[in-house]
Design a protein around this ligand. Structure first.
Ligand SMILES: Cc1cc2nc3c(=O)[nH]c(=O)nc-3n(C[C@H](O)[C@H](O)[C@H](O)COP(=O)(O)O)c2cc1C
Length: 378
């Protein structure tokens, strides 16, 4: 299974070609659109999210409501395109009326992208570097989650901290969907909203951490035999490729380094099959799922565009000046938690389709069921 996406942040559309889905998967457009909407929500987003109301269109690979086994073409139109058409239309542009953006933002792809692709206008860089691209990750993951549903594999995600505001003792997973920040804590949500307000007042931005959990993943997805078959490594790569993601940890992650081995290795027990008495490794050993719930976290840096800009240098004049300002988000952790969850869902589905006969949904379901029986008997 693989996909490629194209599209600019303010271009006409994001296009995705997704190949390798089993045939006969009943596709719910409603579920894809619900996921796309979730990506747009959350306290701390900029005004762009009020313009866009993302909706997917599928123009190939699905007939009579079901996948055919052929590549899917998925399109999500950018409503904001009409406001930018005069210069975002690839050929019919009026570039002379648009001022070039020549001052790169520290922390963004602007400067290095301009050097690498020999551009004198940063717009050319950030139109693709922007996180609008994550629409593709969510749309693909939302289709894959319809496969996982049929295998009773369930994923969820939440925001663990924003800046220094951590989930408090009132941890309640039922609160995630009620929280404006997808935090499972009312107290933390209130404190984090105040922190975001403070950041906005100071014309600053914030980062944070989100957590993804997946239940009922079969034992042995991924493999230790080669570096590129290790599923934890593949998930880490996929998450680190999300804009602004700076770290990924599994289970107790970096905290493991401060403990003795006897405190952290998950002991093996036998209770109607092999199990672990704890889950310090977040469900992975040797690059393979070990049957415990997957638990992983992704760390996001504060958003680069600051309304009170940092120092930069104009690439044309070479003069020190204040960096360029774009309409921008203040904190994107709720969206990041959704993007991370669908990214993990895609990687798990891909690994499942590699390990089991996945030409059709029927063969995939049957293969996973009989493998689960085999694991129980082992
Ligand atoms: C959901 C989401 C929304 C984002 N929105 C913005 C934004 O409005 N302004 C901005 O400067 N960066 C934003 N970013 C982060 C930048 O896209 C990212 O920092 C930049 O592309 C450079 O990549 P890097 O941080 O991975 O090095 C966003 C990231 C995510 C995940």
């Amino acid at each position: 299974m693989r996909y490629v996406s194209s599209g600019h942040s303010h271009g006409e559309q994001i296009t995705i070609i997704l190949e390798g889905l089993p045939s006969n998967l009943e596709v719910s457009l409603e579920a894809i659109n619900k996921a796309l909407k979730e990506r747009q929500l959350g306290y701390g987003r900029g005004s762009r999210m009020k313009i866009e109301a993302d909706e997917a269109e599928i123009s190939s690979g699905v007939l009579f409501g079901k996948t055919t086994g052929a590549p899917l073409t998925i399109v999500v139109k950018n409503k904001d395109y009409l406001n930018h058409k005069s210069y975002m239309d690839p050929f019919n542009f009026t570039k002379d009326f648009v001022q070039k953006i020549t001052i790169p933002r520290p922390g963004h792809a602007d400067l290095v992208g301009a050097i690498k692709y020999n551009q004198d206008d940063m717009r050319v860089i950030f139109e693709r570097a922007s996180a609008r691209e994550t629409v593709s990750r969510v749309a693909v993951g939302a289709i894959c989650s319809q496969i996982l549903n049929q295998l009773a594999i369930k994923a969820r995600s939440f925001v663990k901290n924003i800046g220094k505001v951590e989930i408090e003792a009132d941890y309640d997973p039922n609160y995630i969907e009620l929280s404006a920040l997808r935090m499972p804590s009312k107290l933390a949500t209130e404190k984090a909203i105040s922190l975001i307000d403070e950041a906005q007042k100071n014309q600053d931005t914030l980062g944070g951490t989100c957590q993804v959990e997946v239940d009922n993943v079969p034992v042995g997805l991924g493999s230790y035999v080669s570096y590129d078959k290790k599923l934890d490594a593949r998930i880490a790569q996929a998450l680190l490729s999300i804009q602004a993601c700076k770290g990924v940890e599994f289970g107790d992650g970096f905290a493991l380094t401060e403990k003795f081995g006897s405190e952290v290795h998950d002991e093996i027990i036998y209770q109607e099959g092999f199990r672990r008495s704890s889950n310090h490794y977040g469900g992975f050993e040797g690059g393979m799922t070990n049957g415990m719930p997957l638990i992983l976290r992704a760390a996001f840096k504060p958003i680069p565009t600051l309304m009170k800009p940092l120092k930069s240098v104009d690439i044309k004049t070479k003069q020190t000046t204040l960096s360029h300002i774009e309409r921008s988000d203040i904190c994107v952790l709720p969206a990041a938690s959704i993007i991370c969850m669908y990214t993990v869902i895609y990687e798990i589905t891909k690994a499942l389709c590699e390990m089991f006969t996945a030409n059709t949904m029927e063969s995939l379901i049957q293969a996973v069921e009989s493998y689960r029986e085999y694991v129980k008997r082992f």
